[in-house]
Write a protein that binds this ligand. Sequence first.
Ligand SMILES: *Cc1c(COP(=O)(O)O)cnc(C)c1O
Length: 403
Amino acid sequence: MTDNNLKAGDTENTNWRPATKMIHSGISRSQFGETCEAMYLTQGFVYDSAEAAEARFKGEDDGFIYSRYANPTVEMFEKRMCALEGAEDARAMASGMAAVSAALLSQVSAGDHVVAARALFGSCRWVVETLMPQYGIETTLIDGTKLENWHNAVRPNTKVFFLESPTNPTLEVIDIAGVAALADSIGGNLVVDNVFATPLFQRPLELGAHVVVYSATKHIDGQGRCLGGIVLSSKDWIDENLHDYFRHTGPSLSPFNAWTLMKGLETLPVRVRQQTHSAARIADLLAEHNAINQVIYPGRADHPQADIVKKQMHGGSTLVAFEIAGGKQAAFAFENRLNIIRISNNLGDAKSLITHPATTTHKNLSEEARSELGISDAAVRLSVGLEDEDDLMEDILQALDTV
Ligand SMILES: *Cc1c(COP(=O)(O)O)cnc(C)c1O
């Protein structure tokens, strides 16, 4: 990011609360004074003289060079996210997976060791379990809910810890501050995938994490339109690790998608609060229903890590995980009977979406790995949307009636 183009009047107040930052932070207006963030659909930039080009390449002025490196619209999104997370710097990327793989791969070399919680989004798990070992990076997957497992996995060459919390799809919660303290004690870094909690409900950097990553595809867009991702950290970490990796491997976010994601951020608090409110009501409804074996919802007192939820999250979740009595057949019958809630592996959308992880998002795991994670054939994951909550509950009840 560059800092040269904040105009007078755009100074920011770091005491703004998140909802205000999501609307105003990072904006950089052109000479026309547009209300809405401008979309700079350009690959490159021109220079007034050969000397000016030379100066820019030398880093003597920090204007833009090429949109693979930085772009004014993308930079506004990065600055807005930095203000929200309390991060010094960020790089926005074309997808959540571009962000996760860049955050991990840019800071390790052959011979380093990475410890990750085994409950990971499927592609994240592939990067850790399959891709990193191809380059000579040792990796260990553990049950991340127990802090002693992190301690026991440490080796002399351990450099990075990686987790998501709440996890996909079983909504386990991991003690971020505890793992961050362990990382500090061995001079390592903790990377947190904060997708499920959203920037509203959990701030990993404040809990001691060193790097936070998002798939902006989820709640940040929130309306099913485009892919995006972002990596946020200290300026030192980005300069030392991500800066060159990002420039030369090219996972850059398109300015159009950055603009869409900024529009998404503007409404994120309103959407996520309503979705969470509906999800909490649905979780309670399901917990009472005799066709449901188990409900996992961060925010309910019976969540397995309810104490950690209280300690590190400011809200529940827009997702509910539950098991339907009767196994796969019953889970499929239930999904097929839903009228409003649509079958889709995505999440965080305005539309309520349901998925059967064992046969979709987590089908590539062995049966043993699935059962370690608690993903049974009866389990479904519901991403609660913005429809009227009573309509959603009626839809669920009518579908359960038939299974
Ligand atoms: C979706 C998701 C990703 C990957 O993001 P894409 O934008 O689909 O590449 C990574 N981590 C988590 C937790 C996710 O939900």
